[in-house]
Design a protein around this ligand. Sequence first.
Ligand code: SAH
Length: 392
Amino acid sequence: MKTITLRRGKAESLKRFHPWIFSGAIERADEHLEEGELVRIVDFEGKFLAIGHCQIGSIAVRVLTFEEEPINEAFWESRLRKAFAVRKAEGLVHEQSNDIYRLVHGEGDRLPGLVVDVYEDTAVMQAHSVGMHLARHTIAKALVEASEGLIKHVYYKSETTLPFKADLGQENEFLIGQTDRNIASEYGLKFYIDWLRGQKTGFFIDQRENRRLLEHYAKGRRVLNMFCYTGGFSVYALRGGAEVVHSVDSSAKAVELTKSNAALNFPNDHRHEAYAEDAFKYLERMGSEYDLIVLDPPAFAKHKGALRNAIKGYTRLNAIAFEKIKPGGILFTFSCSQAVDKEQFRLAVFTAAARSGRHVRLLHQLHQPADHPISIYHPEGEYLKGLVLQVD
Ligand code: SAH
């Protein structure tokens, strides 16, 4: 294994288990290091620090272990067994009629660059680093082993997540097994999961607990689910006894998916309608008919540079909701931009609320669920924030 030596004084964050090495921290590296290769990291005195996957870019290494150990199938299996144990403890693994959960959340599961979502007996695996891509077959095997019979199929979906420049000619494919089953259950509700063509791994698992919370508020309400994608919030609202549920997304495909998911759970239920339209257009045009509004937009800021505009976007979006929501209404509002932190998002939403001149109470402060864990040494792993507010 080749070696990277860190500059003097640059080993401190690694000693605190931060899993990234930035290129600026490197004193020297062995020749011909290839992207994705395993590399040993030593400090300026040559003392072992970590082993990780090498990358091109400002993050030069993603650390897999801080111990001197072989990175082989047993290594992957042991990490994956831990990931399963955590999800079992959370009650997500085939309990409470639930067989949709995130099994691996990158750094949060000490597997930087890897995401694995489980849909019934299929695992959908995404590599965000070339190192994970190169290890995909070994990881897939270890995944099936670690699952003790739960996972039968492993689908690999990294076409859009790998660095374009790496030019790996990768494709989306089954690495193990093959299935065309495409329905899985979240807390007793069924969803079509389009892992072949859908966004991310096909479903936004990270809103599960927040959807369940919305269900408790839905009874007798007129619900608008803006940015509905697969209609997760809509289906929970229907189960919660909403009077009507309107789902909106600019993507016609998302609207179709929402309609099918509503029909899958509540066939011939006329309370639900879905529309393909731009969010701002719809919000400007609508009246004050809704008393439960969900705003779950895509990430407005993909990086820090876009922060100011993103915050303006959140303020503008929420301002319309505060202005138009019926008295007594409840707003569920989210940001999944990692670059916008909790405080900034709160400020944007509170500014919007104040602009409406209405009395607003903060009821809940929401975040990503326990199957999207955050390593305390890697606070960058926190991304999903939500607020539930009541408007007089
Ligand atoms: N709430 C969803 C996830 C939302 S993802 C869930 O629980 O699963 C964000 C969605 O916003 C995507 O489906 C995308 O198509 C949609 N979108 C992006 N820009 C939009 C716009 N300007 N108007 C309406 N929808 C938009």
